[in-house]
Design a protein around this ligand. Sequence first.
Ligand code: BG6
Length: 489
Amino acid sequence: MKKIFPDGFLIGGATASFQFEGGFGEDGHLPSSHDYETNGSPEHPRHHTMKLPDGTIVKPESSFIDAQDVPMDAEPVFLDDEYYPSHKAVDFYHHYKEDIKLMAEAGFNVYRFSISWSRIFPTGEEEQPNEAGLAFYDKVLTELEKYQIQPLITICHDEMPMPLALKYDGWNSRKVIDLYVKYAKVLFERFGKRCKYWLTFNEINAVRGFGPTGVHKASGLDRYQAAHNMFVASAKTVKMGHEMMPGSMFSTMYALSTVYPASCKPEDVFHVQQQLRENWYFVDTMGRGAYPSYANAILQHHGIDFDQLDITDEDRKILKEGQLDFISFSYYRSNTVKAGDKWFNVGGSPNPYLETTPWGWGVDPLGLRYTMNMVYDRIQKPIFIVENGMGAIDEPDENGYVEDDYRIKYMNDHLLAMTEAINNDGVECLGYTMWGPIDLVSLSTGEMKKRYGIIYVDMDDLGNGSLKRIPKKSFAWMKEVIASRGEKL
Ligand code: BG6
């Protein structure tokens, strides 16, 4: 079977501003909803640090669905004895030239990055954008152009200006729709001629809590209302983007690591079909431009009625008009579920047939091919794999060199599965961007030691280190694979 990447295939890496950029408070930047989040570990979840009106400090958990219940009247605070990883991240803000040069050396022809909303509209509600914030991304784009690397811009990767989270309860408010569209318009005016591919949101189907969506309680009706408001914001933005930038291509991004039935018991198989609809609800609505027939069944599963959502006729119209051009998603792993289990967006029980990463993520390359086929069969629009990779503990030698054969194996097997989906199964796939080509801060745990990169960054979990960038063994491997357009897999 042919392993070759198709003509015009985009291959490169992906990052998110709060995990990669640093530059906290520089050039007019104000805190985003992730900037009050501490570091953590699998055993000790990250949390926001907040002060209640009576002065009590609380540390509500923040990252994931149903884990957060931040009181509306709490104020965020920074504490001296906590480390907030987004402030420095790995300092792309000051290393962008060197970092983009390394990406070019690896042979990347696409780089997915997110723009920090808080750099452009620091409080979210200014009349005029912050010129210094825009200027930073101009410089990044100029650097990419130097090496003919296409940008793939995520307009909102799991964060927003903190005042919007506090004042409006984030995406729970329709007000935020207008503020987001205004922000997107500024990006299109400024960067529209330099960028063809845009993602409106990251992992929209996760509807994570306070840090990512600004929503104080991301469950029940709040969760689905926030999702609806994001659908409308995305559709308005897609429509506007098509008008302002003819030929531009839009997607939103979905977390689509998959699940299998724990057994062939019909109840387990049926459970998987139902649970997957929790994700299809997001893919179908935005990919086909209307809520699916099973929408009410999803909400009823969570004890609410679809009719309780605030959806206007105008909203339904814009959902039709602002459909996505392609479907992009992250894929890392697969899990199993059985009848009676809680529904997960991503997650479930380990699959006994799979090996796992040190963070317990089941390694399943065939699951990527399976997911590519499912998405393409369903929506019949091109797909784009915009996150995939292996979080692992790297042990550098005295020169900082890492022999990461485990990562090479993971990526080799996933890329192979991808080429099989393309060349054998007929899936139209625009590209692949590996997650975190240069080591960055983990979203779920806030650690540095969970590394994805083909380039090592000398920095520990508390931000100590020289920040030196050192290509790993996987860098040379990736370079060969790209240069051979997949033949070396
Ligand atoms: C996706 C996110 O969920 O997975 C990224 O879009 C994130 O922001 C990535 O970093 C990997 O997850 P983690 O928790 O290992 O960083």
